[in-house]
Design a binder for this molecule. Structure first.
Ligand code: FEO
Length: 180
């Protein structure tokens, strides 16, 4: 198969593939944290999102290989330390997503520079996805502030929020226990 992406593009896509695997680690670790800290619904949401990030990783792997490059499976950095509380958890996630969006922009910029319209087109899917993800997390942060009541007596609404997030819409399928 002839190689249809530049070496530079192959490298940056490989880096992004590993980065998406890292995003999955972030969601996985925060999901586990939420689960052991009394928020099973939020944990369900985060486990589900972990799966989406794995799908992003795989999408990039396939693209590199389909364009005649070679995907390289490399070490994933350790997940970040546990969040301080639920608010911190969502703020950290938002920051990870914003950082990830910036990395996607670098790929699209390079594709534009190289007039690599296939990768440019491929990158647009991720640009759209990042907009959706940032919006989703921002909405959750707004809900969290409402639910937490910001000092107006108790956090009982967090119970409702936790229940709601268990069924919040997202694209990835939750891994079934038998597949784990
Ligand atoms: Fe694949 Fe949430 O970035």
């Amino acid at each position: 198969m002839s190689k249809r992406i530049s070496d530079k593009m192959e490298k940056i896509l490989n880096t992004q593939m590993t980065r998406e695997a890292y995003q999955a680690q972030v969601y996985l670790s925060y999901a586990s944290w939420a689960e052991v800290n009394g928020f099973p619904g939020i944990a369900t949401f985060l486990y589900g999102h972990m799966q989406e990030e794995r799908e992003h990783m795989f999408k990039i792997l396939k693209y590199i290989n389909d364009r005649g490059g070679e995907s390289k499976i490399e070490a994933i950095k350790a997940a970040p330390k546990n969040p301080k509380n639920l608010g911190d958890c969502f703020e950290q996630i938002l920051q990870h997503e914003i950082d990830n969006s910036k990395e996607i922009d670098k790929i699209v910029n390079l594709a534009h520079e190289e007039k690599d319209w296939s990768t440019f087109n491929f990158g647009q899917w991720f640009v759209e996805e990042q907009i959706e993800e940032e919006t989703l997390i921002n909405d959750i942060i707004d809900k969290y502030h409402l639910a937490a009541g910001e000092g107006k007596g108790g956090n009982s609404n967090l119970y409702d929020m936790d229940r709601d997030l268990a069924s919040a819409s997202q694209e990835g399928d939750l891994p079934r226990e038998e597949n784990l």
